[in-house]
Design a protein around this ligand. Structure first.
Ligand code: 6PG
Ligand code: NI
Length: 192
């Protein structure tokens, strides 16, 4: 396919699966080992089934400065213990690269932090546009009981993904469910 020509594709509702897909990523529970704080609940859930937690549909471009990568991220509803299903989360390897998210369906939060430890949490609901500035790691969390959290994203094609830093201790903030609804807590892993 000639990369130089303009192109368009459809995001048909209600499925919101792009009409053009270059890569379909499926992340199962086993891919998030060590990310959920209740390891007993995690082990029990995994022993029952390696559930599909989220999916990404990517539209590829040459991974060079000036190009943008885009796609759809779908986080399915569910919990590990009282912690909502979420993406792995990452910094961009090229730290000084931003990202835009547009929420198509569902409810949730974007958990974000910088290497210096600044934290931010933005509510995600249909029609909301989120700007993730350079240097902010980002993780999508689905807090709906039944509905997928579906976002359209775009970011610099040369950004890359640094999962390793997050895999060490996770994000500093966690999104849990309690009897009053949703609770944001400090990640015990960061308090040790
Ligand atoms: C990106 C985007 C986004 C993200 C997905 C899955 O940089 O590619 O932030 O597409 O990759 O939401 O999340 P993880 O990459 O953290 O698994
Ligand atoms: Ni990203």
């Amino acid at each position: 396919m000639n990369n130089d020509n303009p192109f368009s594709f459809l995001l048909p509702f209600p499925e919101v699966i792009p009409s053009r897909i270059d890569r379909h990523i499926k992340r199962h529970l086993s891919a998030l080992k060590g990310q959920f704080f209740d390891t007993q609940a995690y082990d029990l859930l995994l022993s029952q089934q390696d559930q599909l937690i989220y999916e990404v549909y990517e539209i590829h471009r040459p991974e060079v400065a000036g190009e943008l990568l885009l796609g759809i991220s779908i986080v399915h509803p569910g919990k590990v213990g009282v912690e909502f299903f979420m993406t792995k989360g990452h910094f961009h390897t090229v730290l000084d690269t931003a990202e835009i998210y547009y929420v198509l369906k569902g409810e949730g939060f974007m958990v974000m932090e910088t290497p210096e430890g600044n934290c931010a949490i933005e509510k995600l609901s249909p029609g909301r546009v989120l700007y993730v500035p350079p240097r902010w790691a980002h993780r999508s969390v689905c807090t709906s009981r039944q509905e997928d959290l579906v976002t359209f994203f775009a970011y610099p094609a040369n950004a890359g993904h640094d999962y390793g830093t997050i895999e060490q201790r996770g994000f500093r903030k966690l999104i849990l469910e309690n009897k009053n609804g949703i609770e944001i807590i400090d990640n015990p892993n960061w308090l040790k």
